[in-house]
Write a protein that binds this ligand. Structure first.
Ligand code: SF4
Length: 315
């Protein structure tokens, strides 16, 4: 299964370079003897659906029949096992318990490999041209002008990535790794997955930039509220944990900043949630507290150093 749901870089690849993605998928299908290749995308991205559909029609001699399938637009529908549920026609989107993972019991109970269009396009290029230099495709959004998707060698850093796009204002922080990525002010971090993980950042190909007019407490509070509203409700650590996290972050505005409670809650969610949604939902708050402790403390004292969120609350 080619999971093109959710990431702007994946949508861009499907709508601008569909044959690269299909080449990678076909090569992988040939290697493992797959009998079906499914391209899964959000129902919101008509352009990608149309382009990849036309590419499938024109694709010569695929290793297995190819089809494009649209799933619900909700963020959580990108989670691999929820994507499989959607493909099987289940309207109630819930993650599956692991083990076994999809690689053993996946779509229609068959072993299913799930990869992003980025991975498969890289595979196609590597098979064609060799693996001289590993690159990453990342979308940079937020306080940048314009939002851009950039391909850079893994040996480059976040600093070079953000320089390639340009911040709208002065740089303050980046949330690296998608909606539940890690917050950092240090941009001297490589773009490869290992370097990002070592720096407690996420590896999804999305970087949200915050300029110095933005408040990180408000930012991570919004991410926690999103997690509380959008989780599938199947497991307690995520269902209750995300609600508690949003509440603990709101309490800061009332003068109560309980770092230990937030860290312990994040630890429980990360170790006990069924899927990546809950495992990662606390990462923005945990990493932001480390990088901006004094800013959180200032909020507990009734002050926003960015002069941002208290005014919004009073409005
Ligand atoms: S971690 Fe969250 S999204 Fe995943 S199964 Fe549990 S409740 Fe659902």
């Amino acid at each position: 299964m080619v999971n093109g749901h959710g990431s702007p870089a994946d949508t861009l690849l499907l709508s601008s370079a569909p044959f690269e993605v299909l080449d990678g998928a076909s090569a992988l299908a040939s290697t493992v003897g797959a009998d079906r290749i499914v391209i899964y995308v959000s129902s919101e991205v008509d352009n990608a659906v149309e382009t990849v559909g036309s590419a499938i029609d024109a694709y010569p001699d695929p290793a297995a029949p190819m089809e494009v399938f649209t799933g619900p637009a909700e963020y959580r529908a990108a989670e691999p096992t929820m994507a499989i549920e959607a493909l099987e026609g289940n309207h109630r989107l819930e993650a599956r318990l692991r083990p076994p993972g999809p690689e053993r019991v996946g779509l229609d109970d068959q072993p299913t490999l799930v990869h992003t269009p980025r991975t498969l396009a890289h595979l196609a290029v590597a098979l064609r041209e060799g693996l001289d230099e590993q690159t990453r495709v990342l979308t940079v959004r937020g306080d940048v002008d314009p939002v851009a998707t950039v391909e850079l060698p893994e040996t480059e850093t976040l600093s070079e990535l953000i320089d390639a796009v340009g911040v709208d204002g002065s740089f303050k922080a980046a949330c690296v790794g998608g909606r539940f990525g890690g917050i950092t002010r240090d941009l001297d971090v490589g773009l490869g997955p290992k370097a990002l993980r070592d720096a407690d950042l996420g590896t999804d190909g999305i970087v949200d930039v915050l300029s110095d007019t933005r408040c990180v407490v408000e930012f991570v509070g919004q991410r926690a509220s999103f997690a509380a509203e959008e989780n599938c409700g199947r497991c307690v650590p995520c269902r209750e944990g995300t609600a508690q996290l949003a509440s603990l972050l709101r309490d800061i505005y009332g003068g109560e900043f309980d770092v230990q409670a937030i860290e312990e809650l994040d630890r429980v969610m990360a170790t006990s949630s069924i899927c990546a949604f809950g495992k990662r939902a606390g990462q923005p708050a945990r990493t932001a507290i480390k990088a901006f402790t004094s800013e959180f403390q200032a909020h507990a004292e009734g002050r926003c150093p960015a002069n941002d969120c208290f005014e919004a609350l009073e409005a």
